[in-house]
Design a protein around this ligand. Structure first.
Ligand code: CA
Ligand code: CA
Ligand code: CA
Length: 632
């Protein structure tokens, strides 16, 4: 696995003793005795481009030959190889973020940045003599691609209030001065989305909300937020599932002794059979490594004229619902019964090829195991309920709310009820926002219907309290660890993170992301594929799969018992509010989940009953610390 062989150079060593001519030639230098070798700094990278991404940036560059002499015992290295780069270094400020990149790579993805904040980026090439001329600083501002324009609100009407007035406007519209309101989706229990006759700024929206909330027929109103997927894209590499069998994978105790990533046994608990896991995401693409597991889902992506936006440079405004590219294949504009993923590529910032994010998340949870191809899913017996709620331009919280309610078996007006209510609901998405009443209401409804909601903590390297839906109540929020078991550079942190699971770090090495199902198409679906991705999205999927396993072994487990099994505190954990990079696991004292440590059903249960008492003995399952046993 050559891709992991980075050359991390001692950047601060020996600088003081460097020769003067080296200093003149290199922006930094490393050799102590330049007389041994022909000194030559690497050439500076050329054509450096920096593009804004969502909570991150994408950097690319060109460079001279990557061929370097492998025989470092020979002083007279071939001249033209001497200045070849041994690595590249991308730095960002503020934050003093440093990313070291392998010499074969010409790109870097930096995650965990703040949208709307200006960053300065520099790139240098490095070899054993020193660093090239510094390219930059180049300015870049990460963005979600949303301009803060509000076209829709969510309104909670009081019990018994009709959402539509006699004149066809939404109830409460006459209380608003600036725009007219029209009722759109009915999410049940008096919860409705309401369209504005024209889009307004967030400040103007707050005025409208105040006017609405002064109307006694309305309990509350809020902006319909837009959420985005919580991962970072990357091209594919060779297969390796360190996230399961590796030293810090979730099945690490099943790892073969010393070094290997080959499992010595099968995962504990059930395999997920009988458990439906809803994946509320970008939709789904067909994949041979996940066939009979996929149930009939739904597509809750709205399509409203005011959400139309420019998708590529010099392009026309196109619909929010990417189904517009081919309604025959992907379903009609607006809500439809076909959750096929039409692709979420963007030609404007944040630029990206289609992510096939929903397929990747679903594969982590439920890819078929022991079928001779591809990867092993965490819970390959589970049924995947694919629900599309994220478009190429993000997802409305009202659409996500409808998806949550429907997934759990709740009724959504105008939609056939879900025949396969989900015990598990996976939300691999995040936005910088307080938990909206819209999402909290939907999560509460799903919980009352018996579902457990697992969410990504978010990828902004910030306190999770500022990121929704991870900051909602009654969710299990999941932060991301890397292959060393530490918190990833991008993962959100803080009290609100319930548990950590593998999310991967593509900057450490391209093959240290999470490998799962994907698609080769850049814009529209093409051949099925596999790909590495990183993010708390991926981490959340591990927990959804793990809980599906526990539920399939013991269907009666409550949410509280599932939290205990994960060693997740109901009350939250004690943790610092700053990025926690000092403790051993760098996870702010939250658990790093291990599947094999979760309790499974005791075996060999023997009951000895007499008149007044019941005496029990049992054989605990191996590798398990049982902290409690409930007698029924
Ligand atoms: Ca569709
Ligand atoms: Ca549609
Ligand atoms: Ca497989």
């Amino acid at each position: 696995m050559t891709a992991t062989l980075f050359s991390f150079l001692p950047l601060s060593v020996n600088r003081a003793s460097a020769l003067a001519d080296v200093s003149e030639r290199c922006s930094e230098n490393f050799v102590t005795d330049a007389t041994q070798l022909a000194v030559d700094c690497p050439s500076a990278p050329t054509n450096v481009q920096v593009l804004p991404a969502d909570q991150g940036i994408e950097v690319s560059w060109d460079a001279t030959s990557i061929e370097t002499s492998v025989d470092d015992t020979i002083a007279n290295t071939v001249a033209q190889d001497v200045n070849a780069p041994k690595s590249f270094r991308v730095t960002l400020s503020p934050g003093d973020i440093v990313v070291n990149v392998a010499p074969t790579s010409r790109t870097a993805s930096v995650a965990g940045l703040m949208n709307g904040k200006d960053y300065e980026v520099t790139v240098v090439a490095i070899n054993e003599f020193g660093a090239s001329e510094i390219v930059g600083p180049l300015s870049v501002t990460p963005t979600s691609g949303h301009e803060g324009v509000v076209g829709q609100l969510v309104v909670q009407y009081e019990v018994g209030v009709d959402a539509t007035s006699g004149d066809g406007t939404a109830t409460g519209s006459e209380s608003v001065d600036s725009v007219e309101l029209t009722s759109s989706a009915d999410l049940g229990e008096g919860l409705h989305t309401v369209e504005l006759s024209e889009s307004v700024t967030e400040a103007e929206a707050q005025v409208i909300i105040d006017e609405l909330e002064a109307d006694p027929r309305i309990a509350w109103a809020e902006v319909d937020d837009i959420l985005a997927t919580a991962d970072v894209a990357d091209p594919d590499y060779a297969t390796r599932q360190w996230n399961l069998w590796g030293e810090f994978g979730i099945a690490r105790s099943l790892r073969a002794p010393a070094s290997s990533t080959v499992p010595t046994g099968s995962l504990p608990g059930g395999d997920g059979q009988g458990v439906t896991v809803a994946v509320i995401d970008t939709g789904i693409t067909p994949h041979a490594d996940m066939t009979q597991q996929v149930l009939q889902g739904y597509d809750f992506v709205s399509d409203r004229p005011e959400l139309a936006a420019v998708r590529e440079v010099e392009g026309d405004r196109v619909g929010f619902d990417g189904d517009y590219v081919d309604p025959e294949t992907f379903g009609s504009l607006g809500w439809d019964a076909n959750p096929a993923d039409p692709g979420d590529w963007r030609g404007v910032a944040p630029v990206r090829p289609s992510s096939w994010h929903g397929t990747h998340v679903a594969g982590i949870i439920g890819a078929q195991t022991n079928n001779g191809i591809g990867i092993a899913g965490v819970a390959s017996g589970a049924q995947i309920l694919p629900i599309r709620a994220l478009s190429w331009n993000g997802g409305l919280s009202s659409d996500v709310a409808a998806a949550i309610i429907w997934a759990a078996g709740g009724h959504i007006a105008g939609v056939d009820d879900n025949q396969n209510p989900a015990r598990m609901i996976n939300l691999s998405m995040a936005s910088r926002a307080q938990c909206s009443a819209t999402l909290q209401t939907a999560i509460n409804t799903a919980t009352e219907l018996g579902s457990v909601v697992v969410v990504a903590a978010g990828n902004a390297n910030s306190d999770v309290r500022d990121y929704s839906p991870a900051n909602c109540e009654q969710v299990i929020s999941v932060g991301a660890t890397d292959a060393t078991g530490g918190r990833t550079i991008y993962s959100n942190f803080g009290d609100g993170v319930d548990v950590y699971a593998p999310g991967g770090d593509l900057n450490a090495s391209g093959d240290l992301g999470i490998y799962s199902l994907s698609n080769a198409g850049a814009r529209e679906p093409g051949a099925e594929a596999y790909a590495y991705r990183q993010g708390t999205s991926m981490a959340a999927a591990h927990i959804s799969g793990l809980l599906a396993r526990l539920i399939s072994a013991q269907p009666s487990l409550t949410e509280s018992e599932l939290r205990s099994a994960l060693n997740v505190n109901d009350t939250g954990t004690v943790s610092p509010t700053e990025p926690c990079v000092v403790d051993a696991q760098k996870t702010c004292e939250s658990s790093v989940v291990e599947i094999a440590a979760a309790p499974s059903s005791p075996t060999g249960l023997v009951l000895n009953a007499d008149v007044r008492a019941v005496a029990m003995k049992w054989t605990p399952s191996a590798d398990t610390t049982v902290t409690g046993l409930r007698v029924q």
